[in-house]
Design a binder for this molecule. Sequence first.
Ligand SMILES: [Zn+2]
Length: 96
Amino acid sequence: MFHILLHVLVPLLVAVLFYRDKWFKAMLIMLLTMLVDVDHLWADPIYDPERCSIGFHPLHHPGLLPIYALLMVHPKTRLVGLGLLIHMVLDGLDCL
Ligand SMILES: [Zn+2]
């Protein structure tokens, strides 16, 4: 439960700190990147709190991290890349 709460609180914090004038839109875009978890639908069970998502689910493959980082280069895709990287870091914490 704390993990899911972090997936909301961290984007909210980043949006308020770095996108002060349009924090709500920034937060929404970053929250929408949680759709990356659609790849859980191919796993059985769909959610396992003991499982490390990084490297297990296809959209959580470490090889995709540079692509997610590249999305941050262009202003129009920056929040998507930032949201995805925040998501992967938070999921990665579960792997420690
Ligand atoms: Zn995830």
